[in-house]
Design a protein around this ligand. Structure first.
Ligand SMILES: C[S@@+](CC[C@H](N)C(=O)[O-])C[C@H]1O[C@@H](n2cnc3c(N)ncnc32)[C@H](O)[C@@H]1O
Length: 212
């Protein structure tokens, strides 16, 4: 079942890949916010330092990588994983155009091909609402993070304080926006787990520090 769903998503994102960045820019413009500035809000919560190893799960076309590369510096390492080869093709093009070095891996969020405790920071934005195995994906992000690492998980969701706004009532027709932020799926023992909203109150942002 999960495999079948993944095949569907792979096909969907492979087709969307050439237009994905345009669709994100258009969505941000229609809602009146700056896509880059909102991405920086997630990245700030990773508390990146020079030399850090960072994993982005579901890296897509790689729009967050250019915003992290300066933070980790030459001694750091960026790794991006995604289910869709088409999205990774676009990502590779972007990296080449911007002269950015990152390792890209085709794979699934719920079966990360990395050893325990590999990364200083793990970022995920934009896929988890659709995952079949949301809890397993979160456990995987925690597993591959070092003790004391920062993890940020974000996706579509309406800020409860803004639910009555007409625009948000319309957006809720899209089932992706009706998913609850997966706070109840976080494993016990995490430090400082917080839930906030960004992207004009249309996305949740969960951040925490792994134990240790
Ligand atoms: C909305 S895009 C987000 C891309 C990127 N993180 C960004 O900031 O723009 C969602 C991404 O999740 C990927 N994805 C979907 N299901 C996945 C899975 N099970 N494992 C890994 N990636 C997945 C898709 O291929 C797609 O690139």
């Amino acid at each position: 079942m999960a495999q079948q769903r993944n095949r569907q998503f792979r096909r969907f994102y492979d087709r969307l890949a050439p237009f994905y960045d345009w669709s994100m820019a258009l969505g941000a413009w229609l809602r009146g916010f700056d896509d880059r500035r909102e991405r920086l809000k997630m990245i700030r919560e990773l508390h990146l330092q020079p030399g850090n190893r960072v994993l982005e799960v579901s890296v897509g076309t790689g729009s967050n990588l250019p915003l992290m590369v300066g933070e980790v510096g030459k001694a750091g390492r960026l790794v991006g994983l995604d289910l869709s080869p088409g999205m990774l093709v676009q990502c590779r093009r972007k990296l080449r155009r911007l002269h950015i070095k990152a390792d890209l891996v085709e794979g699934e969020a719920s079966r990360l091909p990395f050893a325990d405790g590999t990364f200083d920071a793990v970022l995920h934005f934009g896929g988890i609402n659709e995952f079949d195995e949301r809890e397993r994906a979160i456990l995987e992000m925690v597993r591959v993070a070092k003790p004391g690492a920062r993890v940020v998980i974000a996706d579509e969701g309406i800020d409860p304080a803004q639910k009555k706004r007409l625009r948000n009532r319309l957006i809720r027709a899209n089932p992706l926006y009706t998913r609850e932020p997966p706070m109840n799926l976080l494993p016990p023992g995490l430090n400082d787990a917080r839930l906030r909203y960004f992207r004009a109150g249309n996305c949740y942002l969960i951040d925490f520090t792994t134990p240790g």
